[in-house]
Design a protein around this ligand. Structure first.
Ligand SMILES: Cc1cc2nc3c(=O)[nH]c(=O)nc-3n(C[C@H](O)[C@H](O)[C@H](O)COP(=O)(O)O)c2cc1C
Length: 197
């Protein structure tokens, strides 16, 4: 089973990537085949609100997002991973998410024509890390991820959120969370509740 993995941190081998790798160990154990897409290596312009996709469901901005939109349509499982930046996702992840507006319009137009079919196999997961432990630290990012998956026509399958890691290498020291993430990755592919306590 193909799994699209969108890495939103510009920091290579940073905390969100280490956590995502642990989650992917579980994904692979259950037969998932991850394709890792490092968003900061791509050219993904912000949405320019031109209204082009309102009429066609297709984005007119010709950059690296166009092949990603096609991949999202043809893949059943996705993971978005991002550190928390100012209580939201990173700018790279947000530009990517804003550009899924074309998929939201595609879905709306297909629904209008009675041609949209909900596919319960299509599911998305969100992984995040934040340095601080405030009660609401992940709230904004989780809402953003939920509505991104709505645009993509995927059910929100859950999230794995770790507060505390800040410096590069911090996440690697948290064996307990890495082990839990691996279980959550297995559960995601098995279609079980991915939440682990
Ligand atoms: C621009 C920027 C904004 C940040 N904003 C927050 C924040 O609002 N709250 C927080 O707890 N951590 C914040 N952080 C810390 C990161 O979430 C933290 O360092 C995280 O471990 C980075 O993950 P990464 O290694 O995957 O990039 C911010 C870091 C940067 C660079």
């Amino acid at each position: 089973m193909d799994v699209l993995v969108f890495l939103g941190s510009p920091r290579k081998k940073g905390n969100s990537e280490v956590l995502t790798e642990a989650f992917l160990e579980g994904v692979k154990q259950e037969g998932g085949l991850p394709e890792i897409i490092r968003l900061c290596d791509l050219t993904i312009s912000p949405c320019i609100s031109c209204g082009g996709c309102d009429k066609t469901g297709k984005c007119v901005v010709e950059d690296d997002m166009i092949p990603l939109l096609k991949k999202i349509i043809s893949t059943d499982k996705a993971i978005i991973s991002s550190p928390i930046y100012f209580y939201g996702v990173s700018a790279q992840a947000k530009a990517f998410i804003d550009r899924t507006q074309a998929l939201w319009n595609r879905k709306r137009l297909l629904q209008q024509k009675g041609e949209w079919v909900d596919n319960p196999e299509r599911k998305g997961f969100f992984i995040s890390v934040a340095a601080t432990k405030g009660a609401k630290i992940f709230e904004g990012a989780v809402l953003t991820a939920k509505y991104a998956y709505d645009a993509m026509g995927m059910e929100y399958a859950g999230d794995f959120l770790v507060s505390g890691p800040d410096k590069r290498g911090d996440m690697k020291k948290n064996d307990k969370k890495l082990a839990e993430a691996k279980i959550a990755g297995r559960n995601f592919i098995l279609g079980l509740d991915a939440h682990v306590d």
